[in-house]
Design a binder for this molecule. Sequence first.
Ligand code: G1P
Length: 287
Amino acid sequence: MKVRKAVIPAAGLGTRLLPATKAVPKEMLPILDKPAIQYIVEEAVEAGIEEILIITNRGKDAIENHFDISYELEKHLEDKNNQKLLELIKPINKMAKIYFIRQQSPNGLGHAVGIAKEFIKNEPFAVLLGDDLFYHEKENCLKSLINVYEKEKKSVFALMKVPLEEVNKYGIISGKRVEDNLYSIKSLIEKPKPMEAPTNLAVMGRYIFTPKIFEMIEETQPGKGGEIQLTDAMNKLLAFQGMYGFIFEGKRYDTGNLLGYLKTIVEYGLRREDISGMFLEYLKEKI
Ligand code: G1P
């Protein structure tokens, strides 16, 4: 079965970027002139996803507004015959079928994904985490995972090597390398201390799951931080089905903390043709 649906959990409180995220969802913070979540939706659509469920909460109306039609704005730009800006905003609500549902309490990532059960039904599906942006020169990260899924028919997620002192920020795997960039997963542990980590191979925010993950989430008790962890449900899934980790070779940006957010903006700015020359000159002068 084709992977055609995706879930984007976007119900986190964004506490690492307060006070900016007090009234503005962290997913709506701009990376240059686009909100972070638009890059994620574009990655999903480029990988062939047709329907997306965004899991939000009470404070996240701006995300719904962003993917809705903006009648007044379009009318205003049409009256002014401003085709350039119309081309920027008009396609946003047509990229894919986008649906929203709210997570009523912050019970963790596993719980948020579990809410998508009725939407996904009995299909394999993608999960894209809003804090992680991936830049590629070869192939879109989600597309690479979909290719692995189509070949192996097993759940698969993105992996990256991280410095040992950073393993406590991620889900960490133990597994066996079966191809150049493919690991067969043995077990996972959420945010271990460096001394407890079996490897320095960390789970990044892109996953393809078989629908069996929902049963596992339902059986998962609160874990690290008192939250229902997706990593714990994945560990349970391993008892029934194999799972793969795919080493993504592009770059990953963590926009969910201040330094990561700043680095993302600088690097995206340096890649943006219309400003990169002037921006580089500016940076050189400053340094
Ligand atoms: C989540 C997952 C973790 C994963 C990380 C990737 O953690 O729980 O396993 O490694 O995303 O960004 P969070 O960043 O939400 O704390």
